[in-house]
Structure formats: C-alpha cells, structure tokens
Design a protein around this ligand. Sequence first.
Ligand code: SF4
Length: 406
Amino acid sequence: MMYEIASVQKLKALMKEYFLSLEHSDKKIAWCTSVGPAELLRSFGFEVYFPENHGALLGASRLATECIPSAIKAGYSGHVCSYTTADIGAYLNKSTPLTRQYGLKEIPRPDLIVYNTNQCREVQDWFNFFAAEFNCPIAGIHSPRHMDEVSPEEVAVVVSQHKQLIPACEKASGRKFDIDAFRECIRLSREASELWQKVLQTAATSPAPISFFDGVIHMGPIVVLRGTEKATGYYRTLLHELEENIRQHRGLLREEKCRIFWDGMPIWGRIRMLSDLFLQNGAAVVASTYCNSWVFDEFDERHPFESSALAYTKIFINRSEKAKMRMLGSWLKEYRCDGIIYHDTKTCFNNSNAKFGMPQRLRQQTGIPCLIVEGDLCDLRFFSEGQSITRIETFIEQLEETKIKA
Ligand code: SF4
C-alpha cells in the first residue's frame, strides 16, 4: 500500500479556513514577508497575508507561466525573483489560484504592508509595487545581512526597527500596542516552531516518515499561521502521526538506497514529479535548508523584541558562507545524508548556494557527493526536465554504488 500522511486532510481544511478568513473576516489585513515580523502584526489583531505563499501557489498551480509575461511587459525583468514577477503578473491579469482553490474573489487588500529584507532586497521592490497600487502604508525592517555570527549590536539595530513599526501598526489597526499580546504571539510561534522542528527531525530515522516534498506542503501553517493556536494544534497532530509511523516502521520507502539533502528553493511546478522520481529510484530526500528556514529556536516571550530580532536575523539565508557551511555540515550529519542536491534557482540568487563554489568546498570538507540541478521556483522555462531527470537518476546510482563499495 502506498505510504501517505493522513494529516494532509486536516492541513487542507486548515489552509482553507485561513484563506477564507482573509476574505470574510472584519479584521484589518497586514501583508508580511514570509520571515517578517508576523508576531508583532498579529498582536495588533491583523489577519496576516503572505505574498510569498501566493507566489508558491502560483508556481505549484503553474499559473505563474501565464502571469510572468505580464510583469515583464510592465518592466520587471524575467531574471528577477519569479515570486515577484508571478505575483505582480497575476495582479495585472486579475487572476489568482485562490479563486479556484478556495473561492476567493481576489487577493486580500492590505491595510498595512510590512517587509523584512533579511531574506533579500527584492521583497522591498515587490511590496512597494503593491503599496503604490493599493495606496497603502508600507514599512520595512532593513536587517544587517550575511553575518557569520549575529552580534548584540546588530540585534539592537533590528530591535529598534521593530519598535519603529509600532506607530504604523497602531494607526492601521486602530489598536494600541499591547506587550502581553505580543508576548503571547511569540510564545505560540516558539511552540509551533519547536513542533515543526520535531516534525522535520522525524526524517532522521529510517525509513523516513516525511520527505522534503511533503515538508513543503506541510510547512503551510508555520509560514501563514505561526503565532496562533491553529499552527501549534496542527503540528501536534502531524507529529503524533509521524511518531506513530516510526513506531510501526512505516515510511516513504521500505528500503532507502540512499538519503539526500535538498538545498535551495522547491521547483513548485514539479513537486509531484520530483517526489515520484526520487521514490521510484529508492532515494529518500530527507531534509532541506528550505523547510528548516522556519525553525526559530530563539523566540522567547520574556524578551519579545530581542528574541524575535535575533531569530529573524539568524536565519540561514541571511548568513555568511562560513556559517552556512557549518549549518549544512551539521544537517548532513543529523539526517545521515549520502548526497546533497543544490537547486541552482535561476531567479533567486539569495536562496541559491551553488553559484560561488560552495558545493565544491563543502564536498572537500565533508566528502559527501553533490549534484547541481538548474531550475527555478516558479519559472519553468529555466527547468530542463528530461535532462534533470537523467542527471538525478545517474546521481542516485552513483550514491548507491559508493555505499555498496563502502
Ligand atoms: S528570497 Fe528569493 S524567492 Fe524569496 S522573495 Fe527573495 S528573491 Fe524571491
């Protein structure tokens, strides 16, 4: 019988409820970047909407293919972030996958737009487009970038930028800042984040009960609902199911010929195809930088500003090569990976680690073989499917041979 994660039904219902609440609730709406200050926004009672999540849906539904050209016509390069071009193109085309999937008329209109450049500067241009379109107030956190370690001085800069958001939040929400509400959102986010980390860590066992390709679906709540009871409730259910599967030795594969780490963005329009490809070849893709990017173990409600500033500045994408190699090395060990695949994402320099020789350096350091696959998060013109399949299959064979010889 094919292995399936039953909690996906609960996930679907939860995501539906979330999207419907964006259209039907009388709460104010704040837009936020995926690793932006969602807890602060929630503490003002905003419903929080994440355009990157919409970008992922555009990619997964492949609507992105018809939206990107409209953004290019409007002056956006086809070589910049395809979340940005897909999302702007979808707006210009007056289309959204939310209509077909959840019955929403359109994307939710923002009362406030907030971004954090901890992941990239592209979000600033992207969100400014919508601020102008909706004549909506916009505010940003401009984080220090690419650090080896995050210093207390750098945290202090980000703390003060968080605090500077408060007047804009008060004005747009009509509520005064409430430190206790903020603490509670941080507490809930920490809980959800800890549970999400445990979910991911179940894949350290063999047979792994969850893959990277499942992870990108099940991460929905940690992105769009962190800071709420709903996210923690969901991850408790999912974790319970996966732990039970481990007890019964149920997992993705009966026999794992090899275990692989995925670095970089998902190729949203080919998730199912890739998932099947690896499983058919006996390979379990057990961990990723992407899914681990929503593990915020620094959140501490006793120090809500400092801990969220630290958590959001320390994320993988915002670190130096040295720090990234350290983190990757430790994940490769933790998940007992035999190989690593780097997705060289054409339109996202920020989340591609294959452009400046790091794969070769990490291979030298760890001895773990790697493969670079060229592709993109949303723009399938940059993904050569036939060629990639052949290269992935050859890579899996090589990993297996190496294991047999060892
Ligand atoms: S990190 Fe990459 S994919 Fe994400 S918004 Fe920035 S440029 Fe786009």
